[in-house]
Design a protein around this ligand. Sequence first.
Ligand code: ADP
Ligand code: F6P
Length: 322
Amino acid sequence: MAIKTIGVLTSGGDAPGMNAAIRAVVRTAIHNGINVKGIMRGYAGLLQEEIVDMESTSVSEIIHRGGTILYTARCQEFTTAEGQKKGAEICKKHGIDGVVVIGGDGSFKGAGKLSALGINTIGIPGTIDLDIACTDYTIGFDTAVNTAMDAIDKVRDTSTSHERCSIIEVMGRNAGYIALWCGFANGAEDVLLPERYDGNEQALIDRIIENRKRGKKHHIIINAEGIGHSVSMAKRIEAATGIETRATILGYMQRGGAPTCMDRVYASIMGDKAVELLLAGKSNRLVAYKNGDFVDFDIQEALAMKKDISEDQFRICKLLVR
Ligand code: ADP
Ligand code: F6P
């Protein structure tokens, strides 16, 4: 049966570029004669039937804006079998026979459930953390890492002037991609990644003292959120080294702001691809960018894949700081 109406929702943590993906979903669908409904506030809005008709003009003036015009939420009820059944029934009631879910791994688990209940569902990876295994690109990472890089440059200026040590905490609860990329881009003396950090603070302190003896004016430590404790770490480092040490937690500023060109373009392509998959009668697929191509994976296979920080990149990052 040909698809007549699709829904689109954003779920989990927001990411700059989600609006570009929504815009592409809406406009590609309309171009192909398909109706589009915006499902507000992720699965929570689905269960509350917060569903609105979308026209081409509903997505005007959003490509350059961070956040998501559909809002986003986390929804415990949708993790239950009853919640999922209710969600599928609400889709059917509103004539929605395909759904595009823009979010992270948790959101894709939900998308897989909707698909199993007969609603053709396609996922698009949207998270600043870059921690979705099947794809080399996730919507929002490029913007977030550029935001963090700019902020760290600024902290570096004042850190150098005062000859201080600075611990700068970037987002990434389980994944250190933002930390690693900033490590490279900001030339940080130390990068602490959740995937690698062994908790050896003494080694860190020894390096700070050694660098100061060699005449280094600052010592920048990029610490991933997953390791955390930046403020107490700064106090311990100052006590052990005698060097003034300050902590800066960048926090949610990394999730906002105008998306970079890359996030606007890739998110737009992914939005188009998601609708193309629905038009081809596909379901339970995840749009991905792998080895230079836009491709798609089975959702369960994608969720079973593992991803890790490149050991080689981590080595190079550390090697380049002298
Ligand atoms: P992300 O999508 O960014 O990983 P979450 O893990 O918070 O964010 O997931 C977003 C939402 O996806 C959850 O609030 C919930 O509604 C839904 N979800 C998460 N896990 C499951 C699951 N196992 N089954 C169904 N829905 C889920
Ligand atoms: O979406 C990714 C992320 O920014 C993580 O790095 C962070 O741990 C998490 O979201 C925080 O999300 P929230 O505070 O909105 O639950």
